[in-house]
Write a new protein. Structure first.
Length: 311
């Protein structure tokens, strides 16, 4: 049997069909590996889910839908601030400057007319129970401390600007006789030996000294005497030596304005008397507690003037 001949047309058709099938098969095999650019014609871009970091840091309401529209800022104080605005942080206010300590105007050991005024003003309102001396001793310190305690001030015993202003507001300016009264005690009737000449007339009973000239009292002042173990001698004497800045060689204590009349006994100023009053005693001398008065007396008395010490 001889070979079957096909028409040329039919062969070409089969060959074309076979080629078409091959192209389609190739296309099918490579379609899964092809990367299409986003937005390419005919192919929609994939929608990525929102990243967690893109969500607002805080919501308008607790538990709100994080995919909902961005929350609007509410005026309610319970709503946190917008993420774009950092939360307010408390700022430390700078420390207020420390209140300066009041300036000390007078203190223990001072001696001046201002101290005398302080004592006179304290006496007006019952905080100082004696005549002003001008010396700031332990008695004055205690009086100032008492005043400060009653007024709610710090009880330092020193007179500072606050204490002084409060005292000025409560008192009046002292009169001359309040600042320098003749004596705290009434001057005793002069001994007959005091009625002639220039005499330091000293009474142990009244504890006063009267400076007299020809029977008239020129000035007077408070004094104190020695203890029972070192008594001040009584009798009639005369001033035999004056020493303005004397210091005791026996007791190593100052004896300003000393006017010696009997051995080592003298009339002189005593800061201890000014500070402690009659709670103390001398070693036999006649102590004066008003420095201004004895300074004036020292300037007037002369060697040879009479001294009378009596009861």
């Amino acid at each position: 049997m001889g070979p079957i001949r096909t028409s040329s047309r039919g062969g070409r058709a089969r060959a074309g069909a076979t080629a078409a099938v091959g192209v389609l098969a190739l296309a099918a095999l490579t379609a899964g590996c092809r990367v299409e650019p986003a937005g390419a014609a005919g192919t929609p871009a994939p929608v990525e889910p929102p990243a967690a970091s893109a969500r607002p840091a805080d919501d308008a309401k607790p538990g709100g839908d994080p995919t909902s529209a961005a929350p609007t800022r509410s005026a309610s104080p319970s709503v946190p601030a917008s993420p774009s605005t950092p939360p307010a942080t408390p700022t430390e206010s700078p420390d207020a400057p420390a209140t300066p300590e009041p300036e000390t105007l007078m203190k223990t050991g001072d001696s001046s007319d201002r101290v005398r005024e302080l004592q006179a003003r304290l006496r007006q309102i019952g905080h100082f129970d004696r005549s002003p001396t001008g010396y700031y001793g332990t008695t004055t310190e205690a009086s100032v401390r008492s005043f400060q305690g009653k007024r709610g001030l710090t009880r330092t015993g020193r007179t500072d600007t606050v204490t002084w202003q409060r005292l000025l507001a409560m008192t009046r300016e002292p009169a001359a006789d309040e600042l320098r009264p003749p004596t705290e005690r009434e001057v005793a009737k002069p001994d007959p030996r005091c009625m002639t000449g220039r005499v330091l007339c000293i009474s142990k009973n009244s504890r006063t000294l009267a400076w007299m000239i020809d029977g008239k009292v020129v000035s007077s002042m408070d004094v104190r005497f020695g203890s029972e173990y070192t008594p001040t001698r009584e009798g009639t004497f005369e001033v035999y030596w004056k020493s303005r800045h004397h210091v005791s060689t026996l007791y190593d204590s100052p004896m300003p304005y000393a006017m010696f009349f009997s051995g080592g006994q003298a009339v002189h100023y005593s800061s201890d008397f000014a500070a402690r009053g009659y709670t103390g005693a001398s070693h036999g001398c006649v102590n004066v507690r008003d420095e201004a008065k004895i300074a004036s007396l020292y300037a007037q008395v002369k060697d040879g003037d009479k001294v009378v010490v009596y009861r």
